[in-house]
Design a protein around this ligand. Sequence first.
Ligand SMILES: [Cu+2]
Length: 160
Amino acid sequence: MLNNVMLLFRPVALVLLLAVSMVSGAHTGKETGGIELLNASARATLPGMSSSAAYMTIRNGSSEPVQIRVLESPVAMRSELHTTEMNNGMMSMRRIDNLQINPGESVQLKPGGYHIMLMGLKQPIAANSEIPIIITFSNGERMTVMARAVDEVEGQHMAH
Ligand SMILES: [Cu+2]
């Protein structure tokens, strides 16, 4: 009797599992209960600029710490996570590869702090255009977010 019930329910459970994995597999920008990429923006370029930066808030709503592993954007040859620091009164940028976001915490990528450096631009970034940024996290999640390009803010540009 118990066996028969199990047999009856197995296909249902399988279909449910498939449905759940399909939903969680669709990582397009936002996700509830997992990692969220919020308020993504990029810096529109001026003529002659070969690099730009992108900013966003990354929220880790999952129960495990995650690290940013790989950054990609189709508009740039190379995308790196940078931090900004003062060295002898000079503002400088440094690549970091081990930024960890603990469960329930957010990290803000913003001018003068952590940012995604888009290097070797393949095309200019026009204001109000949308730039795809793809982030692969240490838990294997690969998420795409569209960053809205905004005009260069006077005094905020940092040459690379
Ligand atoms: Cu940088």
